[in-house]
Design a binder for this molecule. Sequence first.
Ligand SMILES: Cc1ncc(COP(=O)(O)O)c(C=O)c1O
Length: 377
Amino acid sequence: MINVFQPQLGEEELAAVKEVFESNWLGHGPRTKEFEAGFAEHIGVGPEHTLFINSCTAGLFLAMELLGLGEGDEVVLPSVSFVAAANAVAGSGARPVFCDVEPRTLNPTAEHIEGAITERTRAVIVLHYGGYPGDIERIAALCRARGIPLVEDAACAVASRAGGRAVGTFGDIALWSFDAMKILVTGDGGMLYVKDPELARRARRLAYHGLEQSSGFAGAKVSHRWWELDVRDFARRVIGNDLTAAIGTVQLGKLPEFVRRRARAVELYNSELAGVPGLVLPPALPEGHETSHYFYWVQMSAAIRDEVAAELYASGIYTTFRYPPLHRVPAYGADLELPDAEQAAERTLCLPLHHGLQDAEVREVATALRKAVASRS
Ligand SMILES: Cc1ncc(COP(=O)(O)O)c(C=O)c1O
């Protein structure tokens, strides 16, 4: 089976894990600090703004807590979002308000976001579909002008940039995911970026039991009894650990090469699939934008999409669609029509794209796709 997503780990990650084993310190420690600092440098911010946590989902829930959201508040987000974003909003007591997206990029524009803002809007969450930065510069300017905090779910955008600036640093809070399906993987894990230094300090407390300083001799601030507790918030425990952080640091070093290889696969798909009747390829990136190449998505008539996916699956090629529109999920109680998101959800298929994909496999997928589409035209 040619997988749609696939991580790549090697001897270097094994050696880093072995070192952690030998250090006998598996928890939050020096490797976590090193990974946080490395990631901060990668996105061009100071290390006090980044916090390694155990998943991006935990970070989304934490973000809602940091923004103090609750009953009566609204959060605007594109309907084409990952389920965790809407759950984080709903879990806080606030109401997710879904907006439409551009049919080709599956990203919202500033106009889509603006159209969904009301006087109850307390935050906006955007993701960067497939790694494309989207309309982030204008959305950030809109949120700034309206005084509404912007959260970037940058799970798809670990190496994406707009105007030379890392995606995730346009808003007030951002999250990246390092789960097993992502480009940079730690098994499970995520990075939280908080722009405001005071809020970043609070995030550290909220990620670890609401404690101002973790217990332990080195951090003792309470008294000579370093085991005493200084609880400032009633919080949970969502911090990362040195084992996964050590993997993260090695993967971060390999990230440019991973993205280069993904870009190569995308180029090959583009040339293999150019001009195929009935098939629409991903739109060109706007000038000044860089993508992580997380998804490679094609669009076709809704009448054939599911059959094409089934035929590819039967010939050993796994495809998928990300992300089914959330306004159609009954649990969120959204009673609205978002025509472009709905159309895109019926027409879009994500093809295999990962940094272990061989040229021959890309050609195999392209050949099978051309055949599946042609036989139904
Ligand atoms: C856009 C997006 N946001 C958030 C998440 C959640 O990430 P995690 O699995 O690290 O909780 C995912 C995972 O698939 C995602 O794709």
